[in-house]
Design a protein around this ligand. Structure first.
Ligand SMILES: NC(=O)c1ccc[n+]([C@@H]2O[C@H](COP(=O)([O-])OP(=O)(O)OC[C@H]3O[C@@H](n4cnc5c(N)ncnc54)[C@H](OP(=O)(O)O)[C@@H]3O)[C@@H](O)[C@H]2O)c1
Length: 260
């Protein structure tokens, strides 16, 4: 994720030498430096010293250690800490960075690795308008960004866009398998499914219309699509989706609790 963010920032015109990457492992640093000529260092505290914004792009399990390593630097500079780790709460970060620390918590998703992510952000009260703008610009380098009004809303975001790519893969898998049962070969069924998903997504993005209206426009009365949509509705597709997303949101709450 750090590499994707660096790549996205530099591509969108941010000077590479304004960015310092820190990682305890030289091999990981070399990989980041190969993306763009950023400054690199092995010590987090050194990278954080004098920074305006410190992006914490580590696994949740090492977040406590990473946060502790930048605490002194962040307290001295008043930098905002931007975490992209799932399930790490603002209060657990504040316990290490101090009550005055400006913290932005972000829930990105995997397509960010291709520059088409969907990230939701929540800032604590200590974060200034400028720090929020910096955070937004960083995530905009890898896709679209949306602010949520409460930290709790990030659990719903986790259930929607965080886990969402897997839902679409699952639906596409089902379409491929159904296509095969209807007589297509796997290659054709996969090609048609993936391109249909991309085409539908681009239509939704580029037309300023409600999703239901887009659906109506491709559903001729008495036609094939109408028959399929009716079958989905009889089988309570909306209830199935709600139940799955509720389960994901509940798990996000549980995982945050497990991580303390
Ligand atoms: N990948 C995704 O699609 C995705 C989506 C949503 C959210 N996220 C969140 O984004 C975060 C990063 O995920 P990722 O997939 O980019 O993980 P990753 O590939 O493991 O990257 C984490 C990096 O942090 C380094 N690191 C480990 N300990 C450190 C420390 N104490 N100080 C500084 N750097 C340290 C790791 O070094 P080594 O590799 O050398 O150990 C690694 O280079 C995670 O919290 C994840 O939950 C990821």
């Amino acid at each position: 994720m750090a590499g994707s963010i660096i790549g996205g920032l530099v591509k969108s015109g941010h000077p590479a030498d304004f960015i310092t990457a820190a990682d305890p492992y030289p091999a990981s640093l070399e990989k980041l430096a190969a993306i763009a000529p950023v400054r690199i260092c092995e010590r987090n505290a050194e990278a954080a010293a004098g920074a305006d914004i410190v992006v914490l792009a580590v696994k949740p399990q090492v977040m406590a250690e990473a946060t502790a390593s930048i605490a002194t630097a962040v307290q001295a500079s008043g930098a905002v800490a931007l975490s992209i780790a799932a399930g790490v709460t603002i209060s657990s970060m504040q316990a290490r960075l101090g009550e005055q620390a400006a913290i932005v918590r972000c829930m990105p998703n995997t397509p960010a690795l291709l520059g088409c992510g969907a990230s939701a952000l929540y800032a604590n009260k200590q974060a200034t308008r400028q720090q929020r703008a910096y955070s937004e610009a960083i995530l905009e380098a890898v896709g679209v960004v949306s602010w949520v009004p409460s930290e709790q809303a990030l659990d719903a975001i986790t259930a929607l866009s965080g886990s969402g790519p897997a839902y679409f893969f699952l639906f596409m898998e089902a379409m491929v398998e159904a296509g095969i049962k209807l007589g297509l070969d796997r290659e054709t069924a996969s090609l048609m499914t993936i391109q249909t998903a991309l085409g539908a997504s681009r239509m939704a993005q580029e037309n300023n219309l409600e999703l239901a209206e887009l659906r109506r426009r491709v559903t001729s009365p008495g036609g094939t699509t109408e028959r399929a949509v009716a079958s989905f509705q009889q089988n309570e597709l909306n209830a199935i989706v709600l139940q799955a997303m509720q389960a994901a949101a509940d798990r996000a709450v549980e995982m945050a609790r497990e991580m303390g």
